[in-house]
Design a protein around this ligand. Structure first.
Ligand SMILES: Cc1ncc(COP(=O)(O)O)c(C=O)c1O
Length: 492
């Protein structure tokens, strides 16, 4: 995420190991030079050499070693000055000590008790259990809590919930369940080579190789087809957003007319995340999409892994509830278990108990410890109790971004968003150069956003307990980074 200057606060020329590769000579020479630079930087102690680690980035990436975090502030090992981390996707809903202490209290108490029992050789409460053996006794508390937030328009107690660990699996599980509710038997699914899942153009629902979505490093996913969406990304010169919406609507109708027999499930993201830098939908168009699909017997899964859990700013856990969307399933992701390491995700399906009971049909996607962590379930229950108390602060976050970014946006940059999920995109003729400079400037100014390189965009998703001072300071730094980028490559 951070370029190599971040922890050194200095000279970007010496350190830009990933740049200008073409001018560096042969591949072997490049690797040798890169390694030299990595070694030199590693002596500064703030970076891991990690030449054996192919993580989110390739092994030449110099990962800052994150030591402390508080709110949006993040300290790299050995550094005095913090980085203002405004974006790190959306896995953390709280960032300050008191809040974290509150939501993690039951789980931490459990760990303490278990640790003591282990130490004294006594039976200890189960922290997790292989799903073939049983379920956590804390599942019930979680189910009771989440039931309060089930979209009220569903008005049925026939809902079913499946738990996973990470978001990508939750989306798969949602699709699995809807697929099975849309056929009379799994034999029907097996026999039909033609059924398809509809995913939005540019959609991201998890890692490219295994998940649904249109990022496909290993080639097209055979079972899915991309449908057209309205987005300012596709705005032609001179077109208004209304034109874009109308065009998309016509294209979507044509898409449905062509594929309606094949499509069993459609996935929508009610506020786009990294696929469109936080862009919101025109609600009427979004409803039109969902209703048009439903009229044709296609079941709709809302992926709220990024925008849900109140982040959308409409004072409800799920955006589908706030917008009264006629969807059949809604996913939730990592943020639900507090972002401190115990992962949990899942999907709630509107209706299905009666169709599934006694049929041996359930989600096909499931790993052996899916949803079994007692710590994750305990913390998720607390998160669900706590988040609604922060809706007003989410409004304040919205207000700050709206005033500081949206209202003052220069002509060659667009901002989108709602609540505590915002994004921006360089749109001018020099957007590629500007974006590169922006990344460097963010590093130098010690502000970090979630970078969406392929769109020359970025996202900000602060925790809900961010203070006004922190957010204003971080946003001022962000604006400065944008300005430096624009000045270095002006679009005339
Ligand atoms: C909308 C959406 N769906 C699914 C996922 C996948 O979640 P995970 O990375 O936990 O697998 C993401 C990741 O950020 C996401 O933004």
């Amino acid at each position: 995420m951070f370029s190599t200057v971040s922890a050194l606060g200095g000279n970007s020329h010496d350190l830009s190991v990933c740049e200008n590769r073409e001018s560096l000579g042969s591949a072997e020479e490049q690797t040798a030079r890169t390694k030299l630079k990595m070694n030199a930087l590693a002596t500064q102690r703030t970076f891991a050499t990690l030449q054996n680690y192919a993580g989110r980035f390739d092994p030449s990436h110099l990962y800052p070693l994150v030591q402390f975090k508080d709110g949006v502030k993040m300290w790299i090992e050995g550094e005095k000055e913090p980085i203002y981390a405004l974006g790190g996707a959306c896995s953390e809903v709280f960032g300050h000590g008191h809040q974290l202490e509150k939501i993690n209290r039951p789980a931490c108490k459990l760990i303490g008790d278990v640790y003591r029992s282990w130490g004294s050789g006594n039976p200890a409460e189960s922290l997790s259990t292989h799903t073939s053996k049983g379920i956590s006794m804390h599942l019930n508390g979680f189910l009771n809590e989440i039931e309060r937030h089930i979209p009220s328009q569903w008005s049925s107690d026939e809902w079913i919930l499946n738990l996973q660990v990470e978001g990508a699996s939750a989306v798969w599980a949602g699709v699995d369940l809807l697929l099975q509710l849309n056929v009379s038997s799994n034999a029907e699914l097996r026999a039909d080579a033609n059924w398809r899942i509809g995913v939005a153009e540019l959609a991201y629902h998890g890692p490219g190789s295994t998940s649904l979505g249109t990022q496909q490093p290993l080639g097209a996913h055979p079972r899915q087809i991309a449908y057209p969406v309205p987005s300012s990304l596709f705005r032609d010169p001179g077109e208004s957003l209304e034109d874009v919406n109308n065009r998309a609507k016509e294209e979507f109708d044509a898409f449905l007319n062509t594929f309606e027999r094949q499509l069993k499930v459609l996935i929508v993201e009610p506020q786009r995340g990294s696929s469109a830098c936080g862009e919101t939908w025109d609600v009427e168009i979004l409803k039109y999409y969902i209703d048009a699909a439903k009229e044709r017997g296609i079941l709709v899964c809302a992926d709220e892994i990024m925008c849900g859990l109140g982040r959308h700013g409409n004072h409800s856990i799920f955006l589908s509830e706030a917008l009264n969307l006629n969807v059949d399933a809604v996913t939730f992701g990592k943020a639900i278990s507090g972002g401190t390491g115990d992962l949990l995700s899942g999907v709630i399906v509107r209706q299905g108990q009666n169709s599934l009971i006694g049929t041996r049909r359930t989600a096909l996607q499931s790993h052996t410890y899916a949803g079994s962590s007692a710590r994750a379930l305990l913390t998720a229950t607390e998160v669900l109790k706590e988040v609604p108390l922060w809706y007003d602060n989410i409004d304040r976050i919205d207000d700050i971004f709206r005033k500081m970014l949206l209202r003052e946006a220069p002509s060659d940059i667009e901002f989108y968003g709602s609540g505590a999920m915002w994004g921006g995109r360089f749109t001018g003729a020099n957007k590629i150069e500007q974006f590169r400079r922006f990344q460097e400037s963010c590093s130098a100014l010690k502000v970090s956003v979630y970078e969406v390189d392929r769109l020359q965009g970025f996202m900000m998703t602060p925790p809900y307990d961010v203070t006004r001072e922190e957010l204003t300071e971080g946003t001022n730094r962000l604006k400065e980074a944008i300005e430096l980028a624009r000045q270095s490559h002006p679009c005339h």
